[in-house]
Write a new protein. Structure first.
Length: 191
């Protein structure tokens, strides 16, 4: 099996790259954003089926492990796992699993509410502790409420989830009424 490839990105397709390694072009499916002609090193997961052999590439071991965990969930194959990881950053995805945030997971193409909930149920124990420290109930409760409040104001969940997680972590004892104005200031400052 191929464990790691280092080479030059020769071509970027829809969800895959052609990675040139010593004059051989490998088709590697990846959620990573890569630039043409860049030299990259990817951790490789090889998936062998009756009719194909596919290589999936990740910039770090944590992303590869998360991909492998996602594919253990029934109903989530490599294609859906890759779509999830291409849509949602690894840290955000792990946090969503740990906090039971099915709405964020369901933003990925091909993932509905039931599949998102199944991912949470099956992976929460495996991913939860590594994702974040949920030492206080106020932290766990403030994030969903903050996200709901910002979504009701018209912001897309994927655009605000990272900022909201950071705000809740930095202000663990703050309630949603306190966090919403801070979040709005950050959002307007980012534009």
């Amino acid at each position: 099996m191929i464990g790691k490839l280092q080479g030059i990105v020769d071509y970027i397709g829809d969800g895959y790259v052609i990675l040139m390694v010593h004059d051989v072009g490998y088709k590697v499916f990846t959620p990573e954003y890569l630039t043409p002609k860049a030299t990259v090193s990817l951790w490789i997961e090889t998936i062998v089926r009756e009719d194909s052999i596919r290589l999936f590439g990740f910039s770090n071991i944590a992303s590869q492990n998360l991909f492998n965990q996602l594919t253990t969930v029934s109903g989530v194959g490599p294609k859906v796992a890759l779509a999830i990881m291409a849509t949602i950053k690894t840290d955000t995805l792990m946090s969503a699993i740990a906090t039971g945030d099915a709405k964020t997971i369901a933003t990925a193409p091909g993932v509905g509410k039931k599949v998102a909930e199944k991912i949470i149920v099956e992976l929460k124990a495996k991913v939860g502790g590594a994702a974040l420290d949920l030492s206080g109930d106020s932290t766990a409760g403030a994030l969903p409420d903050l996200l709901a409040a910002l979504e009701s104001l018209g912001y897309r969940r994927l655009d605000i989830v990272d900022m909201a997680q950071k705000l809740v972590a930095e202000n663990p004892n703050a309630d949603v009424a306190t966090l919403v104005p801070i979040a709005l200031k950050q959002i307007s400052g980012n534009k």
